[in-house]
Design a protein around this ligand. Sequence first.
Ligand SMILES: Cc1cc2nc3c(=O)[nH]c(=O)nc-3n(C[C@H](O)[C@H](O)[C@H](O)COP(=O)(O)OP(=O)(O)OC[C@H]3O[C@@H](n4cnc5c(N)ncnc54)[C@H](O)[C@@H]3O)c2cc1C
Ligand code: SF4
Ligand code: SF4
Length: 391
Amino acid sequence: MDSGLCLGCGLCSAVTRRDVMRMSPDGFLVPDTAGVSPEEEKAISEICPSVHLKAVSESDSSWGPALKSVKAWAADPETRFRASSGGLVSALSIYLLETGQVDAVLHVKSSDGLLKNELGVSRTRDEVLSGCASRYAPAAVFDRIREIMDSSDERYCFIGKPCDIAGFVNFEKAYPEYRGRVRFRIAIFCAGVPSASASMEAVRQLDYPSGTPAAIRYRGEGWPGLFSVRYSDGEVRSMSYGDSWGKVLGRSLGLRCKICPDGTGALADISAGDAWETANGYPDFTERDGINFAIARSESGLRILSEASDSGYIVAEEADTASLEGIQPSQYQRNLRSPWRILGVRIATGIRFDFGKYASWSRMRRYPLVSGIKECLGTVRRCISHKGGKR
Ligand SMILES: Cc1cc2nc3c(=O)[nH]c(=O)nc-3n(C[C@H](O)[C@H](O)[C@H](O)COP(=O)(O)OP(=O)(O)OC[C@H]3O[C@@H](n4cnc5c(N)ncnc54)[C@H](O)[C@@H]3O)c2cc1C
Ligand code: SF4
Ligand code: SF4
């Protein structure tokens, strides 16, 4: 926490069984450590996904384990339209619910339409769709997880960012009583969580000073869809995805997201992101019908993809995993830079990450040495300036 590496995942509350998460002045969720006992702190430090993430083996490509990759989308036009990308994640979870393979879906929803994003439980198609589409803001994923899982013996599909999936894997290891309850893990690709302050800045730039925001939508209702705010008087103002993510939201990421070694969910059964069309090496955000790029990483992931396709829930076409380098160039660059940035944090803070092969020399060698050293030194400087009060 002192180094600005907390992801605000909420596992601190799950361990202590108290609501310890607070919004920091710079708009990130962090635990209030006052009153956390040394025993609780030890238990937290053993499962915190910010420092514990082991997924890839030396033989895995930049993208982690991949049994099969597809370009895919929800066959149901409403799901495809309302979702972030092609609606694949929602369609797969609806498939799991409607075929009785799970009783409920655990995923992030906004409880106030604005900045209160937390873990929700969906048991029907409509409930799944009420939580679809990305929320580019902090989300307390785990604070109520024990309360939710203790309240029934339901079997779940868990959807989350790659670090949420890592957090869940760590949680299950530490609390064996919950093992086996989550039958499927679906990851969304992730380039980082912007601060809540960045959402408010984007709202400010919409320039409707007399209005009180009633609901924020970050994207969806098209691909990529607009950043759109509905005000309490009914007025709706919007900004393009390129402007909202590129000029405001994506510029406010925390340090841990800047060094993230896994933006594509290597620990999930299936992970899914945007299958962007690219022009001159850059994603083309022209509005069109959404398409996901998805990777089946486990046998059960492979099975669900094939069953959901055979039973008409999704449309899927086989794709080459390596083509992701052109489709998601910024994720590819992040992968290459990440081990050098991790080294920078280690040098500046002394923190030893439990990242296994992600921080190995063989991964560092994939990036040119001079560029790697620059990334490393840049991260050292960033860590030092964080100690001076800047995140
Ligand atoms: C912070 C963030 C960064 C992202 N960065 C990338 C990226 O770099 N590249 C890329 O291809 N895609 C990125 N995405 C994901 C992308 O926007 C889509 O969610 C993904 O392609 C799945 O699309 P879909 O249409 O199948 O999902 P949908 O059917 O719309 O389902 C999306 C699911 O994501 C969950 N969700 C929404 N917000 C959050 C959140 N803050 N935390 C955890 N779960 C959440 C919802 O509960 C829902 O179940 C990002 C998403 C987020 C939230
Ligand atoms: S467990 Fe989650 S909330 Fe707690 S310190 Fe780690 S990242 Fe932050
Ligand atoms: S970039 Fe990585 S660390 Fe940051 S929210 Fe996404 S998956 Fe988690």
